[in-house]
Design a protein around this ligand. Structure first.
Ligand SMILES: Cc1ncc(COP(=O)(O)O)c(C=O)c1O
Length: 399
């Protein structure tokens, strides 16, 4: 076993050795990929090869529908910027449709982009979810009115792992003529993702969640769907995303995408076995816990558990002292004293939400590591419960 146990793969993943090797070689691909000379054309060819690998990973038949960005946050912001541009009143593009539907459990980069549009006068609805984190389809159908411009629903949640019914939601949105965006940052590389099967207009992905480098991601834009730049400047990416090509990041992304596509089914089957083992061990050894997220429609690597009577930050720090690295929720929300907006949306009360831990497993997780966590955590919870002024109350439902 390594000297520490990393179980925070949803926050980010280490570079795969094969990706690292490819990137080391790519340090020599220094030419500007927009230059017309031989070295520039060679760099461009590497970038187009990577684009084809990324397109294949998400089932996009045409690589030209993939736009490289700096990551998931930028891809999501680009979609909302586009909606701002086309829904803004009094412009040549202005559309009668302005309503935006998203969910109450999105990543902060979607939540805050949607909130910005609300401030700018767009009607924005944050759809509620059920106790498992699935979008309430009745409310969705009711809110999906003919003035809906965009529906943005994440494919899988980063904190609890719940997988949404994107394909069915797209079908309903299309019947109303709305555009559909999915933030698939956590889904890509863990479950099958297909832009053509799902029928989405926009799909967000990020390389550092699939064992590639940070600071690089992509946005799929269906041919014919509107898209406007967030970063204006040169003509790169068809004028949609200016800036000299990030050769190193893009080439690393291409390799990570190629490997993720090849490994997908064996990788997720293995993770599911480890997740179920961790779930079984923790729920049998620790009394009164609540497993959050959907029991079956859930990412194979994500296990979120509430421990009533213990406080999340204290659990995290105690585990850290044992060399176990986990998270209390999304990495972007850590440091905030607010309880997780995702757990609150699923009906978990603030006290319980504060006592929740996300275990996210990955490529290098072993059974030995899972058993190590299962051995170290029960005495930590028992100690924190003894010290706590809150008495543990058995949660209402567990799965
Ligand atoms: C669901 C989801 N969307 C978007 C992001 C942001 O991606 P990036 O770090 O590439 O900006 C993350 C990262 O945590 C995420 O989990």
């Amino acid at each position: 076993m390594r000297d520490y146990v990393y179980m925070d793969y949803n926050a980010t993943t280490p570079l795969r050795p094969e990706v690292k090797e490819t990137m080391i070689a790519a340090f020599d691909v220094y030419a500007n990929a927009s230059s017309m000379h031989e070295a520039g054309r060679r760099a461009r060819a590497e970038i187009e090869k990577a684009r084809a690998s990324v397109a294949a990973l998400v089932g996009a038949p045409d690589p030209a529908t993939i736009y490289f960005t700096s990551g998931g946050s930028e891809s999501n912001n680009t979609v909302f910027q586009t909606m701002y541009d086309i829904g803004r009143k009094g412009t040549s593009r202005s559309s009668a449709r302005r309503k935006i539907l998203t969910t109450a459990i999105e990543h902060p980069c979607v939540m805050n982009s949607a909130a910005y549009l609300a401030e700018e006068g767009f009607p924005v609805v944050f759809l509620p979810v059920d106790a498992y984190g699935k979008v309430d389809m009745e409310v969705y159908k009711r809110e999906l009115t003919p003035d809906t411009l965009l529906v943005s629903v994440m494919a899988a949640n980063n904190e609890i792992g719940t997988i949404e019914d994107v394909k069915e939601m797209v079908r309903l949105a299309k019947a109303q003529g709305a555009y559909f965006h999915t933030d698939a940052t956590q889904a890509v590389g863990k479950i099958p993702v297909s832009v053509t099967d799902w029928g989405v207009d926009y799909l967000t992905m990020s390389c550092h969640k699939i064992y590639g480098p940070k600071g690089i991601g992509a946005l799929y834009v269906r041919k014919g769907a509107p898209i406007t730049p967030l970063v204006r400047g040169g003509h790169q990416e068809n004028g949609i995303r200016a800036g000299t090509y990030n050769n190193l990041g893009i080439i690393g992304f291409g390799k990570a995408a190629e490997l993720a596509a090849a490994d997908l089914s064996a990788f997720s089957a293995r993770l599911w076995v480890l997740r179920e083992l961790l779930k079984k061990e923790l729920t049998s050894r620790i009394p009164m816990v609540k497993v959050n997220g959907h029991p079956t429609d859930v990412l194979p690597n994500t296990l979120n558990i509430s421990f009533p009577g213990a406080e999340g930050e204290s659990i995290l720090l105690s585990l850290d002292l044992e060399g176990i690295e986990v998270s209390t929720g999304s990495a972007c929300a850590s440091g905030s004293l607010e309880p997780s907006h995702v757990l609150i949306a699923t009906g978990v009360g603030p006290e319980l939400a504060h006592g929740s831990i996300r275990f996210s497993l990955g490529k290098y997780t072993t059974e030995e590591e899972v058993l190590y966590v299962a051995e170290k955590l029960p005495p930590i919870i028992a100690r924190l419960r003894r010290m706590s002024t809150l008495s543990p109350v058995a949660p209402a439902c567990a799965n």
